[in-house]
Ligand binder design. Structure first.
Ligand SMILES: [Zn+2]
Length: 250
C-alpha cells in the first residue's frame, strides 16, 4: 500500500522525524510546487533523502512575480532556464489577480505565464498550474497556444462549467483539503476519478500554532474513497500512478 501528495512544499525542509513517519506510513511521493531559485535548491537538497520521493518542480510562483522587482525576476528566469533539466516539471505557474492587484502586475504574470508555458513545451515538461479567479483566461491560453502541455491544476475549486475545458484538455485537477468539509461544486460527481488527485498544500500554519503536513492529502483520499464506496488503497494507488505517469519522464 502506498500513497502520495499531489502538491506540497518543502520550504522549511521536512524534519527527519516527519520523513520517517511518512515513509513508515507508505507515503511514496511528494510532488512539489516551485516558488523561486532558493526554494528550488531546497527541493534538490532533499532528492536523495527518500522515501518519500521528492518530485522537484521549478518555476517562479505567481505570488513571487507580484512581489519581486523586474531585475530579480529576470535573474530568476535565467536560473530557471539553466536549471530546468534538473526539474521534473514546471510550476507553479499561472494567473492570480487576487495577488496581482494592478494592471501592470497582472500583465507581468501573464507574460511570465507564457514564458513558462514555452519553456515547458520546449523541454516537454508537465506543469503545475496555480490559477485563482482566472480559470477561463488561463485555459484559453493553454488550449489555444500550448495544447501539447500536460499537467495538473493545483487547489482546483470551481463548478463543472469552469472545469470542463481543463478536463477536455486532459489536465488533472488537484483538490485541496477543504474537500473533506464538503463539495459545494459537486466536483467529486462531475469529474472523472482518473483526472482527480488530492493535495495537502502543506505546510499551512494555523491559528492554534499547528502546521499541516502531507498526511492531510491522505485524509482527503480516505474521505473521498469512503464517499465513492471505493477502497482507499485503490484510490491511493491510482493517484500514485497518475503522478508517476505525468511527472516521470525518461
Ligand atoms: Zn503551492
Amino acid at each position: 500500500m502506498r500513497w502520495s501528495d499531489s502538491h506540497c512544499h518543502s520550504t522549511q525542509g521536512y524534519s527527519p522525524q516527519l520523513r520517517q513517519e511518512l515513509a513508515q506510513d507508505g507515503c511514496a511521493l511528494l510532488l512539489q510546487g516551485g516558488i523561486a531559485p532558493d526554494e528550488w535548491s531546497i527541493q534538490e537538497s532533499l532528492l536523495d533523502t527518500g522515501p518519500p520521493h521528492i518530485v522537484p518542480i521549478f518555476g517562479i510562483h505567481p505570488w513571487t512575480l507580484a512581489t519581486e522587482d523586474e531585475a530579480a525576476l529576470e535573474l530568476a528566469w535565467q536560473k530557471l532556464e539553466q536549471r530546468i533539466t534538473s526539474a521534473q516539471g514546471v510550476g507553479e505557474i499561472g494567473l492570480d489577480p487576487l495577488h496581482a492587484k494592478t494592471r501592470d502586475l497582472q500583465e507581468r504574470q501573464r507574460k511570465f505565464f507564457i514564458r513558462h508555458l514555452q519553456l515547458a513545451a520546449a523541454h516537454q515538461k508537465p506543469c503545475v498550474f496555480h490559477i485563482v479567479r482566472a480559470y477561463p483566461e488561463a485555459i484559453h491560453l493553454i488550449a489555444r497556444e500550448y495544447p501539447e502541455v500536460r499537467g495538473l491544476v493545483h487547489s482546483f475549486w470551481a463548478p463543472a462549467a469552469l472545469a470542463k475545458p481543463y478536463l477536455d484538455a486532459g489536465l488533472f485537477l488537484s483538490l485541496p483539503p477543504r474537500i473533506q468539509k464538503g463539495d459545494p461544486h459537486g466536483i467529486l460527481r462531475y469529474a472523472p476519478r482518473e483526472q482527480l488527485v488530492f493535495e495537502s498544500d502543506s505546510p499551512q500554519h494555523f491559528q492554534d500554532g499547528s502546521v499541516s503536513t502531507p498526511f492531510l492529502a491522505k485524509e482527503s483520499q480516505k474521505h473521498v474513497a469512503a464517499l465513492w464506496g471505493e477502497a482507499w488503497e485503490v484510490l491511493a494507488e491510482r493517484q500514485c500512478r497518475t503522478l508517476e505517469a505525468l511527472f516521470y519522464r525518461p
